[in-house]
Design a protein around this ligand. Structure first.
Ligand code: SAM
Ligand code: SF4
Length: 491
């Protein structure tokens, strides 16, 4: 066990929350989640008229963000045929904005020390069965070498909230990720999922070149939030709620929100995600979340809350909630993770997901230590889909999707407002599909086996044919240059 750094967790916690960094966003002392208003909207739109509903779908197809009463109406649909129409429309919205393309990444869990006590999480402080570990920088490097050797270009690095994984450690681990090279491979974008920081610390992450900063509110329902986060910094609802406002202020303009489904009523949480989106857009010139996540609660060692919750989301409702998020915020990326088993991912990706992880291991040190063993006592929860990157790539190819390893938006400055402006006009795929093709070609040449290459080349051909005629000559030239050994070519 590493020696605890000074200050102690207790002293350290005292200096984290800075009231002045979020009170300015309150309106008459209130935050943007008003339970009564959300419940009234859900009640008033209980029996949506099909004609009105189709008008809402037309608005989504036009890539306009929905208003809260419109999302409430969608959430209340009960007719199976209308749902089928909504699934189809959500799929069409996704195709219009993003094309048949799924961006892939791997999570890298660096430390499971945590001062908080979230009742649903295996890492919570009082879980004495959790085996604690913080990776050394050398161990981080070894993990990254494994991930790069599999073909990954994009990571999300994950940390518990603790002085041992404070901002200095996060900065060092990100630097290590960017420095590590194996053959032609390297990590080109590091996203982070960590506890909310203050503005000064967010600026440090901006400087080291992070992609997206991700914070899940877990539940937007104040009372439930208080009950599930009894102690630690995380018990402060508003410090967390405005985390991404602070990140934006610090210059991190790709921010990611999420709710952990299973803690409270799923319809309320979808409304919470929409309110969060609207508030970010309001304060930051129309720039809402870069991505939205909708993890479902999974079992974790010695964590009885997961079995006891009465809000567990059934598969049928899961597909519906993903659909409503897609329709409500047509231009935002949506992430489905390996928490979900393979068959659910296959069913839900077509209604609007844009990103997914693969080859996922979430035990601390699990990529380099014992890749094929799942050590539950070192994990936050149990994953549902341990398939390799290659298996996921193959399945997506059979579904007609190209797996994108592209990180060009962020490295070409297409983030924040610039990204949103292009995406809202439905034009991001003019950049993304060519870059998906180019990075997929690299993957096929450098990492894939024969069978994957074969189906992969067919998908490249299909997507190439559909490109704008003006793009084809340049993509063709770049594909040839990649065949000849060049790497990291992008539009
Ligand atoms: N400690 C940081 C925090 O809480 O913000 C980092 C994030 S935590 C390691 C990543 C996310 O995992 C949490 O925000 C939560 O939504 C999710 N999570 C926690 N327990 C889970 C469980 N039992 N099943 C599924 N997801 C879980
Ligand atoms: Fe700690 Fe995050 Fe787990 Fe809560 S969800 S116990 S803050 S790691």
């Amino acid at each position: 066990m590493p020696k605890l750094t000074s200050p102690s967790p207790k002293e350290w916690s005292h200096n984290i929350v800075k009231e002045e960094e979020f009170t300015k966003y309150l309106s008459e002392g209130r935050d943007f989640i008003n339970e009564d208003e959300i419940e009234t909207l859900l009640e008033e739109n209980r029996h949506p008229d099909p004609k009105k509903l189709r008008e809402i779908l037309a608005k989504s197809l036009n890539l306009e963000r929905l208003e809260t009463h419109e999302t409430a109406a969608l959430l209340n649909v009960e007719d199976e045929e209308l749902w089928e129409e909504m699934f189809a429309t959500a799929g069409e919205v996704k195709r219009r904005v993003y094309g048949d393309r799924i961006v892939t990444f791997a999570p890298l869990y660096c430390s499971n020390y945590c001062i908080n006590n979230c009742l649903y999480c295996g890492f919570r402080r009082d879980n004495y069965l959790q085996k604690r570990r913080r990776l050394t920088i050398e161990e981080v490097r070894r993990e990254i070498e494994v991930l790069v050797s599999l073909g990954h270009k994009r990571l999300i690095m994950v940390y518990g909230e603790h002085p041992l994984s404070d901002v200095d450690y996060i900065v060092q681990t990100i630097q290590t990720a960017y420095e590590t090279k194996v053959g032609n491979g390297e990590i080109r974008r590091v996203n982070v999922n960590a506890a909310p920081l203050d503005i000064a610390r967010f600026k440090m992450l901006k400087e080291v070149g992070i992609g997206t900063f991700q914070v899940f509110q877990e539940t937007y329902h104040h009372k439930t939030y208080r009950r599930l986060h009894p102690t630690g910094i995380k018990s402060h609802y508003r410090w967390r709620l405005y985390a991404l406002h602070r990140a934006q202020e610090a210059g991190i303009d790709d921010v990611a929100i999420g709710a952990l489904f299973g803690l409270y009523d799923w319809k309320f949480e979808v409304m919470g995600l929409l309110y969060h989106t609207i508030d970010l857009e309001k304060h930051f010139g129309g720039v809402g979340p870069h991505t939205i996540s909708f993890p479902r609660l999974e079992p974790a060692v010695n964590t009885p809350f997961v079995q006891e919750t009465k809000y567990k989301v059934q598969d049928r409702d899961f597909k519906r909630l993903v659909t409503v998020i897609r329709l409500s915020v047509p231009y935002t990326g949506m992430i489905i993770t390996a928490r979900e088993p393979a068959h659910i991912r296959k069913e839900v990706i077509p209604v609007g997901c844009t990103q997914t992880d693969a080859s996922t291991r979430i035990g601390i040190g699990a990529y380099s230590d014992r890749y094929n063993e799942q050590e539950l006592e070192r994990q936050q929860f149990q994953i549902g889909d341990p398939r390799s990157l290659e298996e996921v790539v193959q399945e997506l190819a059979h579904m007609g999707y190209i797996t994108s390893f592209c990180t060009a938006d962020y490295r070409c400055g297409r983030t924040g407002k610039h990204f949103m402006d292009i995406t809202k006009k439905g034009k991001i795929h003019h950049f993304c599909m060519p870059n998906a093709i180019l990075t997929f070609k690299e993957y096929l040449l450098d990492y894939a086996q024969e069978a994957t290459r074969k189906i992969g080349e067919q998908v490249i051909q299909q997507k190439f044919e559909k490109l704008d005629d003006r793009l084809k000559p340049i993509v063709k030239e770049y594909l040839q240059r990649i065949e000849n050994g060049e790497r990291d070519l992008r539009i």
